[in-house]
Write a protein that binds this ligand. Structure first.
Ligand code: NAD
Ligand code: TYD
Length: 349
């Protein structure tokens, strides 16, 4: 069946994988990718399908409500998959307002536009909000986040995402907006901007630069290969139940320092260096303020109800990821010139 779907943030890391999957898998759909092209948005992530007949790119800001209203009037969307966001915790600590504008105000603009377009014709429509496990806060040494875990966001980033989740549910409850929300753990893979742990460290190792480990390095995250997240989004978009929340995770917990040591070993092999070369770059630095100790996801609802499971083992996903960054050095060099250097100096000096 033909549909027109708006995907926001499709020039970013996860969004580009979601757009690729939908453009290739659903030739009958028209996929409109709306992205502001902030520092994190990159048209180079989209070159393999940018000329596809069922794909349209629109540059624009979700905070601009007139632009958004016009976009919905122009395309008459049947569905929205909303990924556009400011997404980096460290940046949210230095500039929370940017996060409130894009993540909260931008999301409410999209909800209003969808509400106005779909009023009285909600059947078959869907607003899918892509969110994070960070809304649940920080865990102790045990326990897992369930869909029913109370929200307890601790950083400006997670607070803005929690707020936008609440607005999506409120529009469902108040105006009958058909919606689903998914809360996913840390993603890794090709095309991630090198401010997040793995691409930053891969880039630093290849350049012989220090690896800045926050605090004691004993913080725990669950890691999922980005393509598996995109596959989960596809499943939830098509088979998820209206009004439901689905946790997505890799069943794959690592402390930062253990993960970094595995990365160092694989990088030594990939670069043909002596074992132990990359590990010598590990440098403990001042901790992130309010650093969440542990995130861990129970993704069994998604597994049991929709039959989704991660397809890759972590070591395999990491090897694919390293290979991609080393094969795409130009991609990395292009985005780490200019403004990136200023960001790096401010964050790590
Ligand atoms: P990203 O920072 O790589 O990409 C965000 C994209 O949104 C960029 O292309 C950017 O240009 C665009 N954007 C930012 N502000 C915009 C605005 N005002 N208007 C239009 N476009 C705008 O982020 P990501 O890591 O791909 O994350 C995508 C989504 O998934 C986010 O909503 C994030 O909260 C969520 N998420 C991310 C992770 C993760 O590990 N990266 C995990 C769980 C959930
Ligand atoms: P990050 O990739 O920023 O994701 P998030 O904060 O959303 O989990 O960081 C992952 C973990 O790595 C987190 O515990 C912070 C830590 N970290 C470092 O130790 N050093 C760094 O330079 C960065 C960017 C992150």
């Amino acid at each position: 069946m033909s549909k027109t779907i708006l995907i926001t943030g499709g020039a970013g890391f996860i969004g580009s994988h979601v757009v690729r999957l939908f453009v290739n898998k659903y030739p009958d759909y028209t996929i409109v990718n709306l992205d502001k092209l902030t520092y994190a948005g990159n048209l180079e992530n989209l070159t393999d399908f940018e000329k596809a007949d069922n794909y349209i790119f629109e540059k624009g800001d979700i905070v601009d409500k007139i632009f958004i209203a016009e976009l919905f009037a122009k395309y008459q969307f049947d569905g929205v998959i909303h990924l556009a966001a400011e997404s980096h915790v460290d940046r949210s600590i230095t500039n929370p307002m940017e996060f409130i504008m894009t993540n909260v105000v931008g999301t409410v603009n999209l909800l209003n536009a969808a509400k106005n377009l779909w009023k009285g014709k909600e059947e078959g429509k869907l607003f899918y909000h892509v969110s994070t496990d960070e809304v649940y806060g920080s865990l102790g040494d045990t326990g897992l986040f369930l869909e029913t875990t109370p929200y307890d966001p601790q950083s400006p980033y997670s607070s803005s995402k929690a707020s936008s989740d609440h607005f999506v549910r409120a529009y469902g409850n108040t105006y009958g907006m058909p919606f689903v929300i998914s809360n996913c753990s840390n993603n890794y893979g090709p095309n991630q901007f090198p401010e997040k742990l793995l691409p930053l460290f891969i880039n630093n190792i290849r350049n012989g630069k220090a690896l800045p480990v926050y605090g004691d390095g004993k913080f725990t995250r669950d890691w999922l290969y980005v393509v598996d997240h995109a596959i989960a989004i596809d499943k939830i978009y098509h088979n998820g139940k209206n009004g439901e929340t689905y946790n997505i995770g890799g069943f794959n917990e690592w402390t930062n320092i253990d993960l970094i040591k595995v990365l160092c070993k694989q990088m030594d092999i990939a670069l043909g260096n002596d074992e132990g070369t990359a590990e010598q770059l590990i440098t403990y630095v001042k901790d992130r303020p309010g650093h969440d100790k542990r995130y861990a996801i129970d993704a069994n609802k998604l597994k049991n109800e929709l039959g989704w499971e991660p397809s890759l083992q972590f070591e395999e996903g990491l090897a694919k990821t390293i290979a991609w960054y080393l094969d795409n050095e130009e991609w990395m060099d292009n985005i780490t010139s200019g403004d990136y250097q200023n960001y790096y100096k401010e964050q790590y000096s």
